[in-house]
Design a protein around this ligand. Structure first.
Ligand code: ZN
Length: 198
């Protein structure tokens, strides 16, 4: 679990850096996904912001998603990570300062609801105030998918999921399609096992 270390350079005195561990995602019906998460307290000595960030980042990388919020992993911390490939940003206590009037309509997904695709509108730009792992405050402006990710993940910290933005018919169709995919997946898995056992 915690023995996942690398040495960051060849200097023998170099400190080892934890790359974090993979966290388990909570079930989609877990009440934490409908809970407003309180402010992260940087003065609480029992909390290790760096480890929380590392663990969330590793979990996000493992799932090859674009964003993950702590409550999706059962953690009552007001923090999320967005990113892809080698670029990740961890935002503690994020706050939306402004959003663009212009909206973009596109498909969206959520790690907590596999196979669910919903076409929803979100602002194209967003300006976010947040704290990094050291508690230092930043103000950044995000555009496009990064803006969408910030808004999606921030919703998780407020006990909201992306369902609420879908129009009733679109939501109904999305859920129906999802059920179909899940059933198909289960059928394919059973068929796969039969071949293996033959
Ligand atoms: Zn989500």
């Amino acid at each position: 679990m915690t023995d996942d270390f690398i040495t960051i350079n060849t200097n023998p005195t170099a400190t080892k850096v934890s790359l974090g561990e993979i966290l388990q995602l909570v079930d989609e019906n877990d009440p934490i996904l409908r809970t407003v998460i309180g402010e992260f307290d940087f003065n609480d000595p029992s909390l290790d912001p760096q480890k929380i960030s590392d663990d969330l980042t590793k979990t996000l990388k493992t799932h090859r998603a674009f964003g993950i919020a702590a409550p999706q992993c059962g953690l009552y911390h007001r923090v999320f990570v967005i990113g892809a490939e080698d670029s990740y940003i961890t935002m503690f206590n994020p706050e939306i300062l402004s959003v663009s009037e212009k909206q973009v309509h596109m498909p969206e997904y959520c790690l907590s609801f596999p196979f669910l695709e919903l076409n929803i509108s979100r602002p194209e730009h967003v300006t976010v105030k947040y704290q990094d792992v050291n508690g230092k405050e930043h103000i950044d402006r995000f555009v496009g998918i990064t803006a969408r990710c910030c808004l999606h993940e921030l919703d998780h910290l407020n006990g909201q999921t992306f369902h609420k933005y879908a129009k009733p018919l679109a939501l109904k169709n999305g859920l129906k399609k999802r059920e179909k995919h899940i059933k198909q997946f289960a059928r394919e898995l059973v068929a796969q096992r039969r071949i293996t056992n033959a």
